[in-house]
Design a binder for this molecule. Sequence first.
Ligand SMILES: Cc1cc2nc3c(=O)[nH]c(=O)nc-3n(C[C@H](O)[C@H](O)[C@H](O)COP(=O)(O)OP(=O)(O)OC[C@H]3O[C@@H](n4cnc5c(N)ncnc54)[C@H](O)[C@@H]3O)c2cc1C
Length: 466
Amino acid sequence: MHSSVSSHIKGFGAVSYARKNIPVLFDADVCVTGGGPSGMAAAVQSAEHGARTVLIERGIALGGLQTLGNVIPCMTSFAPDSDTPFVKTLKERLSAEGIEFDDRTEGSEVSIWTNPEILSRIYDDMCEKSGVEVLYNAVFVDTVMEGKSISAVIVQTMAGLRAIKSRVFIDGTGDAVLARSAGVPCECGYEKTGRNQPMSFRFEIGGIDMERLYDYITNELKDPWCKSPLPHFTMAEARHRAVKYVLEDFMAKGIETGELTEADAEYMQGFAIVGKPGTMSMNCPELPAEYSASDPLSYSRGVREGRRMIHRITQYFINHMPGFENAYIAKEASMLGARESWRIRGKVYLTEDDYHNESRFPDAVARTAWFIDAHGEKISEKLPKGAYYEIPFRAMVADEAENLIVSGRCISASFILQASMRIQVTCMSIGEAAGIAAAWSVRNDIPANEVDWSKIPADVRSYVSE
Ligand SMILES: Cc1cc2nc3c(=O)[nH]c(=O)nc-3n(C[C@H](O)[C@H](O)[C@H](O)COP(=O)(O)OP(=O)(O)OC[C@H]3O[C@@H](n4cnc5c(N)ncnc54)[C@H](O)[C@@H]3O)c2cc1C
């Protein structure tokens, strides 16, 4: 049984910040900021490897885009044997809850079907069992630095500002918020356009007659894309891709009649949610690219525009798509779907060449082969079957912050490469390594940014390069 961080607090004390004394809430070994798939995996692995671990999350559910952003399902990495221990455990946990993997669809792009409410309960349980102290409704605000070392982070809680001291920090915010605050250089958006990938405001539609919808799409429209049988049914169209989708005509009719805008019809995807009969998770609307994931005002206007789009799209489906006659908006995501924002410049910088050259690294923490999917900019060919590239630990650390490890979609990678490595299973594998390396750094008194992943005993590592 692991003991929690709070039982180890030696006295609260205070940290001096902005000419105020900020009470210290925890004094931990490892502090993870952001409880998305990568931060969650990092926290659990850190605690399971013996570090007193605290996880700070601004929402009230773990899972990040998986749960708060309604992003289901987890896509496959396409890389053979890429599942790291956390990913394997998650698959087992979901399977035990009846959220079965779709093993009937040849060539499926989906690795794990999820259900946001079940997933966030499983994550609570995993944190509790491994001894991770989770601080919900707590927003990371700033770092307190001593030279190149972070001595504490300042967090906004309902009780006011609080400090968390720790020996190692992990940035799992997706937006490199902690890394930027600690002085790590970052890139943002595509170097050719200056724009971030477009965001989506995902939502759920309930009250769907799924049998009727399935019959219409597969038997009447004979849409070859929608091939997975119920309960794993999916439907899609994307006008920015070279491939012509059957449902493009359905969406285009809405533009002709004035029921939809061009932007509403740009990208539409829906996934049945296992365990929520009659409900689909909509991977849309995709906001026009001028709404920015890195500009607070633009982001906020994007929320308003996205909400209008959700209502138009749902009404159009109710009016015209068989099976949707009694449908309704069941849930809105509580965070916009930002595919990409800031990415650190770490010790190693991954680029598109690493994808095409199938790069290998001695300090690799994960392998993946998900294709490059930079919406509106670039879609790559899939790598040949069995091919993959690796992600090195050195892409997760930077010279500028000694005791910081970065995990998830904001590691050191170009805009184009990030469009491949950002899928959830890969982010979880990266997070696992961040947690293990952080605990290793604490135990061996090595600066986190100098940990040599290849020197950690193989049986301790979550991934070992062949
Ligand atoms: C629209 C969309 C569709 C996608 N579709 C798929 C898909 O079908 N399959 C797939 O595998 N992947 C998909 N992805 C990609 C995948 O979901 C993300 O890349 C992945 O979730 C990134 O994980 P992460 O842990 O790095 O960050 P996130 O999931 O973004 O999690 C970051 C966490 O940090 C928290 N946080 C942020 N700032 C702070 C702060 N200051 N203080 C405290 N907490 C903070 C957030 O609340 C959140 O919980 C999609 C992404 C988007 C946006």
